[in-house]
Design a protein around this ligand. Structure first.
Ligand code: PLP
Length: 427
Protein backbone atom coordinates (compact mmCIF):
# COMPACT_ATOMS: atom_id res chain seq x y z
CA UNK A 1 0.00 0.00 0.00
CA UNK A 2 1.19 3.48 -0.88
CA UNK A 3 1.00 6.68 1.12
CA UNK A 4 -1.22 9.43 -0.25
CA UNK A 5 1.73 11.50 -1.43
CA UNK A 6 3.21 8.49 -3.25
CA UNK A 7 -0.02 7.33 -4.85
CA UNK A 8 -1.78 10.64 -5.49
CA UNK A 9 0.63 13.57 -5.25
CA UNK A 10 -1.87 15.86 -6.96
CA UNK A 11 -4.43 15.39 -4.20
CA UNK A 12 -1.80 15.35 -1.44
CA UNK A 13 -0.55 18.71 -2.67
CA UNK A 14 -4.06 20.19 -2.68
CA UNK A 15 -4.57 19.04 0.92
CA UNK A 16 -1.21 20.48 1.90
CA UNK A 17 -2.18 23.81 0.32
CA UNK A 18 -5.50 23.79 2.19
CA UNK A 19 -3.65 23.01 5.42
CA UNK A 20 -1.35 25.97 4.82
CA UNK A 21 -4.31 28.22 3.95
CA UNK A 22 -5.98 27.29 7.22
CA UNK A 23 -2.79 27.89 9.20
CA UNK A 24 -1.77 31.21 7.70
CA UNK A 25 -5.19 32.85 7.46
CA UNK A 26 -7.52 34.39 10.00
CA UNK A 27 -10.61 32.22 10.20
CA UNK A 28 -13.67 34.25 11.10
CA UNK A 29 -16.35 32.03 9.56
CA UNK A 30 -18.79 31.59 12.44
CA UNK A 31 -19.65 27.98 11.61
CA UNK A 32 -16.07 26.71 11.43
CA UNK A 33 -13.54 25.50 13.96
CA UNK A 34 -10.30 23.51 14.21
CA UNK A 35 -10.59 19.93 15.46
CA UNK A 36 -8.03 18.29 17.71
CA UNK A 37 -5.48 15.76 16.58
CA UNK A 38 -7.39 13.04 18.47
CA UNK A 39 -10.63 13.82 16.61
CA UNK A 40 -8.82 13.74 13.27
CA UNK A 41 -7.11 10.47 14.14
CA UNK A 42 -10.49 8.80 14.54
CA UNK A 43 -11.78 10.34 11.30
CA UNK A 44 -8.94 8.72 9.39
CA UNK A 45 -9.22 5.40 11.22
CA UNK A 46 -10.48 1.92 10.27
CA UNK A 47 -13.94 2.89 11.52
CA UNK A 48 -14.70 4.25 8.05
CA UNK A 49 -14.57 0.67 6.69
CA UNK A 50 -17.47 -0.73 8.66
CA UNK A 51 -21.15 -1.14 7.80
CA UNK A 52 -23.50 -1.15 10.79
CA UNK A 53 -27.05 -0.34 9.70
CA UNK A 54 -29.40 -0.36 12.67
CA UNK A 55 -28.76 0.71 16.24
CA UNK A 56 -26.68 -0.50 19.16
CA UNK A 57 -27.36 -4.24 19.73
CA UNK A 58 -29.64 -4.51 16.68
CA UNK A 59 -27.51 -4.32 13.55
CA UNK A 60 -28.21 -5.70 10.11
CA UNK A 61 -24.53 -6.66 9.66
CA UNK A 62 -22.12 -8.87 11.59
CA UNK A 63 -18.90 -7.76 13.24
CA UNK A 64 -20.30 -4.82 15.17
CA UNK A 65 -19.11 -5.65 18.69
CA UNK A 66 -16.71 -2.70 18.85
CA UNK A 67 -18.89 -0.37 16.82
CA UNK A 68 -21.65 -0.94 19.40
CA UNK A 69 -19.17 -0.07 22.12
CA UNK A 70 -18.17 3.13 20.31
CA UNK A 71 -21.71 4.29 19.55
CA UNK A 72 -22.74 3.59 23.17
CA UNK A 73 -19.84 5.71 24.41
CA UNK A 74 -20.90 8.50 22.09
CA UNK A 75 -24.55 8.34 23.20
CA UNK A 76 -23.67 8.32 26.91
CA UNK A 77 -21.21 11.17 26.56
CA UNK A 78 -23.73 13.27 24.59
CA UNK A 79 -26.41 12.87 27.27
CA UNK A 80 -23.97 13.48 30.10
CA UNK A 81 -22.42 16.59 28.48
CA UNK A 82 -25.81 18.32 28.47
CA UNK A 83 -26.78 17.00 31.91
CA UNK A 84 -29.61 14.83 30.58
CA UNK A 85 -31.08 11.78 32.28
CA UNK A 86 -31.55 8.80 29.99
CA UNK A 87 -34.98 8.24 31.56
CA UNK A 88 -36.20 11.50 30.13
CA UNK A 89 -34.05 12.03 27.01
CA UNK A 90 -32.61 9.95 24.20
CA UNK A 91 -30.13 10.89 21.49
CA UNK A 92 -29.46 9.66 17.99
CA UNK A 93 -25.83 10.23 17.00
CA UNK A 94 -26.11 8.81 13.47
CA UNK A 95 -27.21 11.84 11.39
CA UNK A 96 -24.55 12.54 8.79
CA UNK A 97 -24.76 16.28 9.45
CA UNK A 98 -27.06 19.09 10.60
CA UNK A 99 -29.34 19.24 7.54
CA UNK A 100 -30.11 15.49 7.53
CA UNK A 101 -30.68 15.69 11.31
CA UNK A 102 -33.32 18.39 10.85
CA UNK A 103 -35.01 16.58 7.99
CA UNK A 104 -35.10 13.40 10.08
CA UNK A 105 -36.95 15.31 12.82
CA UNK A 106 -39.55 16.58 10.35
CA UNK A 107 -39.90 13.08 8.91
CA UNK A 108 -40.37 11.65 12.40
CA UNK A 109 -42.83 14.18 13.79
CA UNK A 110 -44.79 15.53 10.84
CA UNK A 111 -47.02 14.39 8.00
CA UNK A 112 -46.39 15.81 4.51
CA UNK A 113 -47.77 19.38 4.28
CA UNK A 114 -47.95 19.87 8.03
CA UNK A 115 -47.10 23.41 9.08
CA UNK A 116 -43.78 24.55 10.48
CA UNK A 117 -42.52 27.91 11.66
CA UNK A 118 -38.86 28.85 11.95
CA UNK A 119 -36.72 32.00 11.76
CA UNK A 120 -36.68 33.40 8.22
CA UNK A 121 -33.39 32.98 6.36
CA UNK A 122 -32.85 36.73 5.79
CA UNK A 123 -33.46 37.18 9.54
CA UNK A 124 -30.68 34.72 10.39
CA UNK A 125 -32.47 31.36 10.17
CA UNK A 126 -31.23 28.25 8.42
CA UNK A 127 -32.38 26.93 5.03
CA UNK A 128 -33.62 23.69 6.60
CA UNK A 129 -36.09 25.59 8.78
CA UNK A 130 -38.37 25.94 5.76
CA UNK A 131 -36.93 28.70 3.59
CA UNK A 132 -38.78 29.64 0.42
CA UNK A 133 -39.12 32.78 -1.66
CA UNK A 134 -42.23 34.08 -3.41
CA UNK A 135 -40.98 32.36 -6.56
CA UNK A 136 -39.18 29.27 -5.35
CA UNK A 137 -39.28 26.56 -2.72
CA UNK A 138 -35.58 26.77 -2.02
CA UNK A 139 -35.25 24.19 0.74
CA UNK A 140 -36.66 20.65 0.53
CA UNK A 141 -38.28 21.41 3.88
CA UNK A 142 -40.52 23.94 2.12
CA UNK A 143 -41.33 21.43 -0.64
CA UNK A 144 -42.67 18.82 1.77
CA UNK A 145 -44.03 21.03 4.55
CA UNK A 146 -45.92 24.32 4.67
CA UNK A 147 -43.73 27.03 6.10
CA UNK A 148 -44.49 30.48 7.46
CA UNK A 149 -41.41 32.03 9.02
CA UNK A 150 -41.16 34.46 11.90
CA UNK A 151 -38.74 37.38 11.60
CA UNK A 152 -36.53 39.82 13.45
CA UNK A 153 -37.54 43.43 13.91
CA UNK A 154 -35.84 45.24 10.98
CA UNK A 155 -34.86 48.16 13.21
CA UNK A 156 -33.50 46.38 16.26
CA UNK A 157 -32.43 43.11 14.66
CA UNK A 158 -34.01 41.28 17.60
CA UNK A 159 -36.55 38.48 17.27
CA UNK A 160 -40.03 39.93 17.49
CA UNK A 161 -41.69 37.46 19.88
CA UNK A 162 -45.02 39.33 19.88
CA UNK A 163 -45.16 39.05 16.11
CA UNK A 164 -44.12 35.38 16.38
CA UNK A 165 -47.08 34.79 18.70
CA UNK A 166 -49.41 36.61 16.34
CA UNK A 167 -48.21 34.56 13.35
CA UNK A 168 -48.39 31.30 15.31
CA UNK A 169 -51.99 32.04 16.28
CA UNK A 170 -52.85 32.68 12.64
CA UNK A 171 -50.87 29.84 11.09
CA UNK A 172 -51.22 27.18 13.82
CA UNK A 173 -47.92 25.38 13.14
CA UNK A 174 -47.42 21.81 14.32
CA UNK A 175 -43.74 22.51 14.92
CA UNK A 176 -42.12 25.72 16.13
CA UNK A 177 -38.36 25.91 15.53
CA UNK A 178 -35.88 27.99 17.53
CA UNK A 179 -32.25 28.46 16.54
CA UNK A 180 -30.45 30.03 13.62
CA UNK A 181 -27.24 30.51 11.68
CA UNK A 182 -26.80 34.23 12.07
CA UNK A 183 -28.53 35.40 15.23
CA UNK A 184 -26.11 37.07 17.65
CA UNK A 185 -28.43 37.14 20.66
CA UNK A 186 -29.74 34.75 23.30
CA UNK A 187 -33.04 32.95 22.61
CA UNK A 188 -36.13 33.23 24.80
CA UNK A 189 -36.91 29.51 24.93
CA UNK A 190 -39.46 29.96 27.69
CA UNK A 191 -41.49 32.40 25.61
CA UNK A 192 -41.28 30.07 22.61
CA UNK A 193 -42.44 27.15 24.76
CA UNK A 194 -45.44 29.23 25.84
CA UNK A 195 -46.23 30.17 22.24
CA UNK A 196 -45.88 26.52 21.14
CA UNK A 197 -48.15 25.36 23.97
CA UNK A 198 -50.75 28.00 23.21
CA UNK A 199 -51.21 26.61 19.67
CA UNK A 200 -50.54 22.95 20.47
CA UNK A 201 -47.17 22.86 18.63
CA UNK A 202 -44.03 20.91 19.44
CA UNK A 203 -40.90 22.95 20.09
CA UNK A 204 -37.65 22.05 18.36
CA UNK A 205 -34.40 23.90 19.08
CA UNK A 206 -31.65 23.73 16.47
CA UNK A 207 -28.64 24.70 18.58
CA UNK A 208 -26.10 23.97 15.82
CA UNK A 209 -24.20 27.22 16.18
CA UNK A 210 -24.16 27.38 19.94
CA UNK A 211 -23.95 23.73 21.06
CA UNK A 212 -20.38 24.29 22.29
CA UNK A 213 -21.49 27.37 24.20
CA UNK A 214 -24.36 25.46 25.81
CA UNK A 215 -21.95 22.65 26.73
CA UNK A 216 -19.55 25.20 28.20
CA UNK A 217 -22.32 26.81 30.25
CA UNK A 218 -22.12 30.22 28.58
CA UNK A 219 -25.38 30.05 26.62
CA UNK A 220 -28.83 29.15 27.98
CA UNK A 221 -29.63 25.46 27.77
CA UNK A 222 -32.66 24.73 25.58
CA UNK A 223 -33.31 21.32 27.16
CA UNK A 224 -35.59 22.65 29.87
CA UNK A 225 -38.13 23.81 27.30
CA UNK A 226 -37.66 21.82 24.08
CA UNK A 227 -39.22 18.58 22.90
CA UNK A 228 -36.43 18.04 20.40
CA UNK A 229 -32.93 19.53 20.15
CA UNK A 230 -30.81 19.11 17.02
CA UNK A 231 -27.23 20.16 16.47
CA UNK A 232 -24.28 19.97 14.19
CA UNK A 233 -21.11 18.93 15.95
CA UNK A 234 -18.45 20.85 14.05
CA UNK A 235 -19.16 24.47 14.94
CA UNK A 236 -18.62 25.80 18.47
CA UNK A 237 -18.68 22.19 19.77
CA UNK A 238 -15.40 21.66 17.83
CA UNK A 239 -16.03 18.07 16.75
CA UNK A 240 -16.09 16.28 13.39
CA UNK A 241 -18.73 17.23 10.79
CA UNK A 242 -21.77 15.34 11.99
CA UNK A 243 -25.19 15.78 13.58
CA UNK A 244 -27.18 14.73 16.64
CA UNK A 245 -30.86 14.63 17.53
CA UNK A 246 -31.83 14.77 21.19
CA UNK A 247 -35.46 13.99 21.95
CA UNK A 248 -37.80 13.45 24.82
CA UNK A 249 -38.20 9.68 25.21
CA UNK A 250 -41.66 9.57 23.68
CA UNK A 251 -40.32 10.92 20.37
CA UNK A 252 -37.21 8.76 20.08
CA UNK A 253 -38.69 5.69 18.44
CA UNK A 254 -40.01 7.85 15.59
CA UNK A 255 -36.71 9.80 15.42
CA UNK A 256 -34.60 6.63 15.30
CA UNK A 257 -36.63 5.10 12.50
CA UNK A 258 -36.64 8.39 10.56
CA UNK A 259 -32.82 8.37 10.61
CA UNK A 260 -32.69 4.68 9.70
CA UNK A 261 -34.27 3.11 7.67
CA UNK A 262 -36.23 6.10 6.36
CA UNK A 263 -33.48 8.56 5.38
CA UNK A 264 -30.05 7.10 5.92
CA UNK A 265 -28.20 3.82 5.42
CA UNK A 266 -25.06 2.78 7.25
CA UNK A 267 -23.90 5.15 9.99
CA UNK A 268 -20.59 6.92 9.43
CA UNK A 269 -18.75 5.22 12.25
CA UNK A 270 -15.61 7.30 11.84
CA UNK A 271 -17.73 10.40 12.53
CA UNK A 272 -19.46 8.77 15.50
CA UNK A 273 -16.12 7.70 17.01
CA UNK A 274 -14.64 11.15 16.43
CA UNK A 275 -17.72 12.75 17.95
CA UNK A 276 -17.30 10.58 21.06
CA UNK A 277 -13.80 12.03 21.42
CA UNK A 278 -15.02 15.60 20.87
CA UNK A 279 -17.73 15.10 23.52
CA UNK A 280 -15.09 13.90 25.96
CA UNK A 281 -13.02 16.99 25.16
CA UNK A 282 -16.06 19.22 25.67
CA UNK A 283 -16.64 17.75 29.13
CA UNK A 284 -13.18 18.84 30.38
CA UNK A 285 -12.75 21.99 32.49
CA UNK A 286 -10.57 23.49 29.71
CA UNK A 287 -13.57 23.49 27.39
CA UNK A 288 -15.53 25.69 29.81
CA UNK A 289 -12.64 28.15 29.70
CA UNK A 290 -12.63 27.88 25.91
CA UNK A 291 -16.37 28.68 25.75
CA UNK A 292 -15.91 31.64 28.08
CA UNK A 293 -13.11 33.04 25.93
CA UNK A 294 -15.21 32.67 22.77
CA UNK A 295 -17.72 35.08 24.30
CA UNK A 296 -15.08 37.48 25.71
CA UNK A 297 -13.42 37.53 22.30
CA UNK A 298 -16.68 38.16 20.45
CA UNK A 299 -17.35 41.12 22.75
CA UNK A 300 -13.81 42.41 22.17
CA UNK A 301 -14.17 42.09 18.41
CA UNK A 302 -17.50 43.93 18.54
CA UNK A 303 -16.11 46.70 20.72
CA UNK A 304 -13.06 46.95 18.45
CA UNK A 305 -15.27 47.46 15.42
CA UNK A 306 -17.60 49.91 17.18
CA UNK A 307 -14.78 52.12 18.45
CA UNK A 308 -13.54 52.33 14.84
CA UNK A 309 -16.95 53.66 13.83
CA UNK A 310 -18.57 50.46 12.58
CA UNK A 311 -22.11 49.30 13.10
CA UNK A 312 -23.28 45.91 14.35
CA UNK A 313 -26.78 44.47 13.95
CA UNK A 314 -28.45 44.40 17.39
CA UNK A 315 -25.57 46.59 18.61
CA UNK A 316 -23.40 43.68 19.73
CA UNK A 317 -23.52 40.01 20.66
CA UNK A 318 -24.36 37.49 23.38
CA UNK A 319 -22.63 34.59 21.66
CA UNK A 320 -19.80 33.74 19.26
CA UNK A 321 -21.06 35.69 16.27
CA UNK A 322 -21.45 39.24 15.10
CA UNK A 323 -23.33 40.70 12.19
CA UNK A 324 -21.29 43.55 10.83
CA UNK A 325 -23.40 46.10 8.96
CA UNK A 326 -21.33 47.57 6.11
CA UNK A 327 -24.23 49.44 4.49
CA UNK A 328 -23.46 52.77 6.21
CA UNK A 329 -20.11 52.70 4.37
CA UNK A 330 -21.86 52.34 1.02
CA UNK A 331 -20.46 48.81 0.69
CA UNK A 332 -21.94 45.35 0.35
CA UNK A 333 -21.04 42.21 2.27
CA UNK A 334 -19.75 40.62 -0.93
CA UNK A 335 -17.30 43.45 -1.62
CA UNK A 336 -15.89 43.42 1.89
CA UNK A 337 -15.67 39.63 1.77
CA UNK A 338 -13.76 39.80 -1.49
CA UNK A 339 -11.17 42.21 -0.09
CA UNK A 340 -10.76 40.24 3.12
CA UNK A 341 -10.14 37.04 1.20
CA UNK A 342 -7.29 38.76 -0.67
CA UNK A 343 -5.56 39.31 2.66
CA UNK A 344 -6.26 35.80 4.03
CA UNK A 345 -9.15 36.74 6.29
CA UNK A 346 -12.15 34.49 5.73
CA UNK A 347 -15.68 35.52 6.72
CA UNK A 348 -18.95 35.40 4.83
CA UNK A 349 -21.42 37.87 3.41
CA UNK A 350 -24.73 37.72 5.22
CA UNK A 351 -28.10 39.35 4.93
CA UNK A 352 -29.08 41.87 7.55
CA UNK A 353 -32.44 42.79 9.02
CA UNK A 354 -34.04 45.15 6.51
CA UNK A 355 -31.91 44.09 3.52
CA UNK A 356 -33.78 44.41 0.26
CA UNK A 357 -31.83 41.73 -1.57
CA UNK A 358 -30.80 38.44 0.00
CA UNK A 359 -28.53 37.83 -3.02
CA UNK A 360 -26.51 40.98 -2.43
CA UNK A 361 -26.63 41.43 1.33
CA UNK A 362 -25.28 44.35 3.34
CA UNK A 363 -23.65 42.40 6.12
CA UNK A 364 -20.68 40.25 6.98
CA UNK A 365 -21.02 37.45 9.55
CA UNK A 366 -18.05 37.09 11.89
CA UNK A 367 -17.42 34.41 14.49
CA UNK A 368 -14.78 33.87 17.15
CA UNK A 369 -14.90 30.07 17.77
CA UNK A 370 -12.10 29.14 15.37
CA UNK A 371 -9.58 31.85 16.24
CA UNK A 372 -10.22 31.29 19.94
CA UNK A 373 -9.14 27.69 19.37
CA UNK A 374 -5.98 29.12 17.78
CA UNK A 375 -5.31 30.88 21.10
CA UNK A 376 -6.27 34.47 20.27
CA UNK A 377 -7.22 36.66 23.23
CA UNK A 378 -9.18 39.92 23.55
CA UNK A 379 -6.23 42.16 22.60
CA UNK A 380 -5.66 40.03 19.49
CA UNK A 381 -9.30 40.47 18.51
CA UNK A 382 -8.91 44.22 18.79
CA UNK A 383 -6.13 43.85 16.22
CA UNK A 384 -8.42 41.70 14.08
CA UNK A 385 -11.00 44.53 14.26
CA UNK A 386 -8.26 46.87 13.01
CA UNK A 387 -7.56 44.54 10.05
CA UNK A 388 -11.28 44.43 9.24
CA UNK A 389 -11.44 48.22 9.42
CA UNK A 390 -8.50 48.49 7.02
CA UNK A 391 -10.16 45.95 4.72
CA UNK A 392 -13.21 48.18 4.61
CA UNK A 393 -11.16 51.21 3.68
CA UNK A 394 -9.56 49.27 0.81
CA UNK A 395 -13.02 48.17 -0.36
CA UNK A 396 -14.20 51.80 -0.31
CA UNK A 397 -11.15 52.93 -2.32
CA UNK A 398 -11.60 50.09 -4.82
CA UNK A 399 -15.20 51.13 -5.22
CA UNK A 400 -14.21 54.75 -5.88
CA UNK A 401 -11.61 53.68 -8.47
CA UNK A 402 -14.19 51.48 -10.23
CA UNK A 403 -16.67 54.40 -10.36
CA UNK A 404 -13.97 56.69 -11.79
CA UNK A 405 -13.13 54.09 -14.41
CA UNK A 406 -16.77 53.83 -15.43
CA UNK A 407 -16.96 57.65 -15.69
CA UNK A 408 -13.77 57.76 -17.79
CA UNK A 409 -15.03 55.05 -20.11
CA UNK A 410 -18.36 56.83 -20.48
CA UNK A 411 -16.61 60.09 -21.30
CA UNK A 412 -14.48 58.39 -23.96
CA UNK A 413 -17.44 56.47 -25.31
CA UNK A 414 -15.90 53.07 -24.60
CA UNK A 415 -18.29 51.99 -21.92
CA UNK A 416 -21.16 49.61 -22.19
CA UNK A 417 -23.90 48.78 -19.69
CA UNK A 418 -22.33 45.35 -19.33
CA UNK A 419 -18.78 46.55 -18.67
CA UNK A 420 -20.09 49.14 -16.19
CA UNK A 421 -22.01 46.50 -14.35
CA UNK A 422 -19.01 44.17 -14.18
CA UNK A 423 -16.70 46.95 -12.95
CA UNK A 424 -19.10 48.14 -10.28
CA UNK A 425 -20.04 44.68 -9.11
CA UNK A 426 -16.42 43.60 -8.78
CA UNK A 427 -15.62 47.18 -7.65
N1 PLP B 1 -28.76 24.22 11.43
C1 PLP B 1 -28.11 25.38 11.59
C2 PLP B 1 -28.65 26.37 12.58
C3 PLP B 1 -26.96 25.65 10.87
O1 PLP B 1 -26.34 26.82 11.01
C4 PLP B 1 -26.48 24.67 9.95
C5 PLP B 1 -25.26 24.89 9.16
O2 PLP B 1 -24.81 25.89 8.85
C6 PLP B 1 -27.22 23.50 9.79
C7 PLP B 1 -28.34 23.30 10.56
C8 PLP B 1 -26.84 22.48 8.77
O3 PLP B 1 -25.72 21.80 9.04
P1 PLP B 1 -24.89 21.06 7.90
O4 PLP B 1 -24.23 22.11 7.10
O5 PLP B 1 -23.97 20.22 8.70
O6 PLP B 1 -25.86 20.24 7.10
Amino acid sequence: SFSLSEFDPELAEAIQSEDLRQRKGLELIASENFTSQAVREVLGSCLTNKYSEGGVGKRYYGGNEFIDQIETLCINRALSLYGLSSDEWGVNVQPYSGSPANFAVYTALLQPHDRIMGLDLPSGGHLTHGFQTAKKKVSATSVYFESLPYIVNPETGLIDYDDMEYRANMFLPKLLIAGGSAYPREWDYRRMRDIADSVGAMLMVDMAHISGLVAGGVADSPFKYADIVTTTTHKSLRGPRSGMIFGKRKYMEAVDSAVFPMLQGGPHNHQIGALAVALKEASQPEFKEYAQSIIRNAIALGEGLKKRGHKLATGGTDNHLLLWDVRPLGLTGAKVDMVLEQVSITANKNSLPGDVSAVNPGGVRLGTSALTTRGLKEADFDKVADFLDQGCRIATQAQQIASLEVETQMASGTSSRKSNKVLLKDF
